[in-house]
Design a binder for this molecule. Structure first.
Ligand code: I6G
Length: 673
């Protein structure tokens, strides 16, 4: 190939990769399968390796530098990175709006236009682009001086090494938040726990810790993302006249902005936005600690100016704290479905994350050791969203003289069988198996739960009662319960007994994925159960599959394969399955995926707003089962938007683009029909 042709091929490959990155990270609309992306990257790497003279710093292959730094250099911010004032309630926010009105000389009834954005819980950064090329990344530091983390920010795929399009100021400093999505944080800590290494207290610390690595390869291994929220320096070029338009402009230039950003009129609309996002907080894939409201028009921002180190035109309306301090009163050991003996912290009740918490998980004895926690300690509790409350650290300075160590019991607190800890496993387990009442109770609760056989009315309390009274010992016993036995239980009457027995009867008609999940095989969650069912088609094939055959199933690794094989080797489990089928539990045959089972193949759906009947995750999973792709943002390629109450900009965009919109009832009809 001639040199110009080679150069052209390299440029084209880089452009294609940059375009795919933009669609994936900024627009949230992947345009090619991962395999195709990997192929383009491999091709570019090959060409650059063969012609190192053609490698350029903004090539997508050059994100991760191989030489660790000795220390970070200091960076003086040319425009100081300010902080924000906080509002803790509606009255604070209304006061802010009143001050804005007074300073601008506006009549009270004249609404101010505000831009609203979630405040991501991460680390603030400054990215300097010169002539459109990323030349420096810096931490906020004290606002005047930060640290040069260029090597590290370059590893973050949602940060463009080169701006897209044109028309940008010669020197443009973009500011934003680098954060770790919740799922990446959980996975990182899960891995750390399994390896017995240090866990991070929260996604914010994880993001900050990952950014301050002298070896950029470590940063690259952490799944960080970036969301732009403002411009600092802008020299040699103009910007639009409002904050929201600047954000849209940044998006055009290749930076990710928050998809929830909205522009509203007046403070009451800000309060509505705060409520709406608050209701969605747990479902967002990243943590937020409040909402930032900014006067949208830059000319007005300029008139308002600054007070000490904060702008007068912006405020952060905070959500309830997700971390609080309390006292560890004791530790109890709970026995789970698989026999895992889990230490649970009994706490002096504390209000955190919007609820009163009096128990928190300590995971396992490795975690107890890692935290160095003792009974009587003052501990920091974290409750974020639906995740069970956790003890994240100990305030050692407050340890009382009579603090006692936490000790793993030698025998199961429920059945008395020996507690054992297998080599290399973090969890200790009760060796009682099905003879342990606690394991049986948990297995039955799981079997009846919503994602399993979904036995309406058979909640945890009732299961406890049925097992304690000796009416149910094992899963199949549920199907031989008689009316007088149920009606005679505490707080049950004729009617409730009828309802429960009808629900048990109805649960016999299930699906193979639900049944597999309901069996409670270790490491087989809903998704794995679905893939197993789809792959093998029938239960008998799964029961007789060896580890090799199981490993051929997508997402099934050696550990899961072993758990499945061991489960089906146990005669007791086979007897339970046979008895359940004899009692009438049945499911329709699984068809190979095709037009009939995947009627939404090739369609792109977007979910927005609050769903009331089903969770967003369930809706997404069900749409995916039917073959649809579920995207995070609306574009001309979207086929349908499902909008619940509180839907904002995505619904608006769908309406503008004439995309069909379904409400939740419509979605349910679609899923059923
Ligand atoms: O810390 C911040 C988070 C989010 C911000 C911010 C923001 O906008 C969405 N905006 C400004 C102007 C500042 N800090 C100073």
């Amino acid at each position: 190939m001639t040199e110009p042709a080679l150069r052209q091929q390299i440029v084209t490959l880089r452009e294609q990769i940059d375009e795919h990155n933009y669609r994936y990270y900024v627009l949230d609309e992947p345009s090619v399968p991962d395999a195709e992306y990997d192929r383009l990257m491999a091709q570019l790497r090959r060409l650059e390796q063969a012609h190192p003279e053609l490698v350029s710093a903004d090539s997508p292959t050059q994100r991760v530098g191989a030489t660790p730094l000795a220390a970070f250099d200091s960076v003086a911010h040319e425009v100081p990175m300010l902080s924000l004032d906080n509002a803790f309630d509606a009255a604070d926010l209304r006061d802010f709006d009143r001050r804005v009105h007074e300073r601008l000389g506006l009549a009270a009834e004249q609404p101010v236009i505000y831009a609203c954005e979630p405040k991501l819980d991460g680390s603030a950064v400054s990215l300097l682009y010169e002539q459109g090329v990323l030349v420096r990344g810096a931490t906020r530091g004290d606002g005047s001086t930060g640290e040069d983390i260029t090597q590290n920010v370059r590893t973050i795929d949602s940060i463009p090494l080169k701006l897209r399009g044109g028309g940008w100021p010669q020197r443009l400093e973009v500011r934003g938040e680098i954060y770790m999505p919740k799922a990446s944080f959980e996975a990182l800590n899960e891995r750390a726990r399994a390896e017995g290494s240090k866990t991070f207290v929260n996604p914010r610390n994880a993001a900050a810790g990952s950014l301050r690595q002298l070896d950029a390869r470590i940063t690259a291994s952490r799944k960080l993302e970036m969301c732009a929220y403002s411009v600092g320096l802008a020299e040699g070029g103009g910007l639009p006249p409002t904050h929201s338009e600047i954000l849209y402009q940044l998006q055009q230039w290749g930076l990710r902005i928050n998809a929830e950003m909205a522009v509203v009129e007046g403070v009451e609309a800000c309060l509505d936005y705060y409520q709406r996002l608050g209701a969605k907080r747990n479902e967002l894939p990243y943590e937020i600690d409040g909402i930032v409201f900014k006067v949208d028009e830059l000319a007005l921002q300029q008139r308002l100016g600054f007070v000490s180190r904060a702008p007068r035109w912006a405020i952060a309306h905070k959500f309830p704290a997700q971390e609080e301090m309390t006292e560890l009163l004791g530790v109890e050991f709970q026995v789970g479905r698989t026999g895992a003996v889990t230490p649970v912290a009994r706490l002096k009740p504390v209000f955190v994350g919007g609820v009163t918490v009096s128990n928190a998980t300590l995971h396992n004895m490795d975690e107890v050791e890692r935290l160095g926690v003792m009974i009587g300690d003052t501990v920091i509790i974290r409750r974020a969203g639906d995740v069970i409350p956790q003890v994240v650290s100990v305030v050692e300075a407050r340890r009382p003289a009579d603090a006692c160590p936490v000790e793993l019991p030698r025998s199961c607190p429920v059945c008395g069988a020996a507690v054992e800890r297998a080599e290399g496993e973090a969890a200790a387990r009760c060796s009682g198996g099905v003879s342990c009442g606690a394991q049986r109770k948990e297995a039955i609760k799981h079997f009846a739960s919503r994602k399993a056989l979904d036995i309406d009315g058979l909640g945890d309390r009732l299961v406890e009662l049925l097992v304690d009274k000796g009416l149910v010992q094992n899963l199949p016993d549920l199907f031989s319960l008689q009316h007088p036995q149920v009606a005679g239980l505490e707080r049950m009457g004729d009617k409730s007994a009828d309802n429960l027995l009808a629900a048990i009867e109805a649960s016999k008609a299930t699906t193979l994925p639900r049944f597999l999940y309901a069996l409670g095989i270790r490491e087989v969650g809903e998704a794995t159960a679905r893939t197993l069912a789809q792959h093998f088609g029938e239960l008998e094939a799964i029961q007789t599959a060896d580890e090799g055959a199981l490993l051929a199933v997508p997402d099934v690794g050696p550990v899961v394969a072993q758990h499945i094989a061991v489960f089906f080797q146990q005669p007791h489990n086979l007897e339970v399955i046979a008895a359940l089928r004899a009692a009438g539990v049945h499911w329709p045959a699984i068809e190979a995926p095709g037009a009939d089972t995947q009627p939404l193949a090739g369609k792109t759906y977007v979910l927005t707003g609050t769903l009331e009947v089903m969770s967003r995750n369930d809706a997404k999973a069900r749409l995916q089962e039917l073959g649809a792709k579920v995207a995070g943002s609306v574009s001309a390629k979207t086929d349908c938007v499902v909008a619940g109450p509180g839907a904002g900009s995505k619904l608006k965009k769908a309406e503008e683009l004439g995309i069909p919109v379904l409400d939740e009832a419509g979605l349910l009809a679609l899923l059923e029909g």
